[in-house]
Design a protein around this ligand. Structure first.
Ligand SMILES: NC(=O)c1ccc[n+]([C@@H]2O[C@H](COP(=O)([O-])OP(=O)(O)OC[C@H]3O[C@@H](n4cnc5c(N)ncnc54)[C@H](O)[C@@H]3O)[C@@H](O)[C@H]2O)c1
Ligand SMILES: [Zn+2]
Ligand SMILES: [Zn+2]
Length: 370
């Protein structure tokens, strides 16, 4: 079949909207009509050429929601008409990682996914002249139709709006999951969140759900304060207006250090501050942000010797086929909010404008509706 897609033709170039060929699903695969997709920083990281593992041409996008149009041979868990969210972290439920409750990093299709290919080593997308186009993060949601492995699709309820739940495909789950699955924050905790963007705000609403006593938000942009407070932030700190050491300031504000801290900036200097403002003896710092290629974190080992813990999280530690449908329920039941974070709606033709908004710090999430 043919479908419309925004194609990343080369590193650093704007996406090109074009008609592409899409082959039907093979064994274990599913054809999905994408109804809506969010634009995440990770897409921009790859589009810009900063991602050392970026492969071109490719169809980017990993934060989508849509409907099953056709299932390949042997697919048993999904049928035509099901509503789904593609998962860049799949859940095969049989690999060593899926069977271990400590991780969500299913390895079943890892090797081919990293190469921009489906598990059989080939691509379903091509340009009209026959040039193959790579998949991206196993999802490629910047296309009106895409082919995804069955194990990389979460089946969700049919009454949930696509233009909101697409965000659960990355940002919402990453932020809330970092609190619930990775940190396992206890009721009454004091926490600090660095970076109040599309990820940090979801950390904040996760902390509110977890019943924290204090939720400190840290951002260089004062305009982020209002939204932070809306989602449950109790204190706002702009490091550029703090005199002296930001770490000492945060330790004092949290009465001795935070029980849990989160980096949602991707800046390795901020990651160090996040670790060092965690409480001596038990404070844990969770790295969510993706740092530039080659960047390294550092601290004095004494920080860890005296009981602080440094951890990281991918996709909020969520096992997608199991956890994503529950998060969709939380949204539909009003336990979490998504609507105020969808600040811009675009058509596929306007997708490059979405990246401009991201750079200008004007959007939390821009969503493309097909
Ligand atoms: N681990 C994962 O699974 C995962 C998933 C998605 C995104 N991410 C990463 O999470 C990070 C945040 O993504 P986002 O979409 O929220 O980005 P964003 O740009 O919307 O938000 C980042 C925020 O950090 C603030 N900031 C920047 N530098 C700062 C500093 N020095 N001190 C304090 N605040 C600062 C910015 O003003 C902005 O509000 C990115 O690095 C992204 O790649 C990780
Ligand atoms: Zn993402
Ligand atoms: Zn697995």
């Amino acid at each position: 079949m043919k479908t419309r897609a925004a194609v990343a033709v080369a590193a650093g170039k704007p996406l090109e909207i074009m008609e592409v060929n899409l082959d039907g699903p093979r064994a274990g695969e599913v054809l999905v009509e994408i109804k809506a997709t969010g634009l995440c920083h990770t897409d921009e990281f790859t589009r810009s050429g900063d991602d050392p593992e970026g492969i071109f041409p490719a169809i980017l996008g990993h934060e989508g929601a849509g409907v099953v149009i056709e299932v390949g041979e042997g697919v048993t868990s999904l049928e035509v008409g099901d509503h789904v969210i593609p998962l860049y972290t799949p859940e095969c439920r049989e690999c060593e990682y899926c069977l271990n409750p400590k991780t969500n990093l299913c390895q079943k299709v890892r090797a081919t996914q990293g190469q921009g290919l489906l598990p059989d080593g080939s691509t379903r997308f091509s340009m009209l002249d026959g040039t193959p186009i790579h998949h991206y993060m196993g999802c490629s949601t910047f296309a009106n139709h895409t082919v995804v492995p069955e194990i990389a699709l979460a089946k969700v309820r049919k009454d949930a709006p696509f233009d909101k739940i697409c965000y659960i495909g990355c940002g919402v789950t990453t932020g809330i999951g970092a609190v619930i699955n990775t940190a396992r924050v206890e009721i009454g905790s004091r926490c600090v969140v660095f970076g109040l963007g599309g990820i940090g705000l979801n950390v904040i609403q996760g902390l509110r759900m977890a019943g924290c006593d204090q939720i400190v938000g840290v951002d260089l942009n004062d305009e982020k304060e209002k939204m932070g407070r809306h989602f449950g932030m109790t204190d706002f700190v702009n490091p550029s207006t703090v005199e002296g050491d930001i770490v000492a300031h945060l330790v004092e504000l949290t009465k001795g250090g935070a029980d849990y801290t989160f980096d949602a900036t991707g800046n390795v200097k901020v990651m160090r501050q996040a670790l060092e403002c965690a409480h001596k003896g038990w404070g844990e710092s969770i790295i969510i942000g993706v740092a530039p290629a080659g960047a390294e974190i550092s601290t004095r080992p004494f920080q860890l010797v005296t009981g602080r813990v440094w951890r990281g999280t991918a996709f909020g530690g969520a096992k997608g086929r199991t956890d994503v449908p529950k998060i969709v329920d939380w949204y539909m039941d009003g336990k979490i909010e998504i609507d105020p974070m969808i600040t811009h709606k675009l058509t596929l033709d306007e997708i490059n404008h979405g990246f401009d908004l991201m750079h200008q710090g004007k959007s939390i999430r821009a969503v493309v509706e097909f």
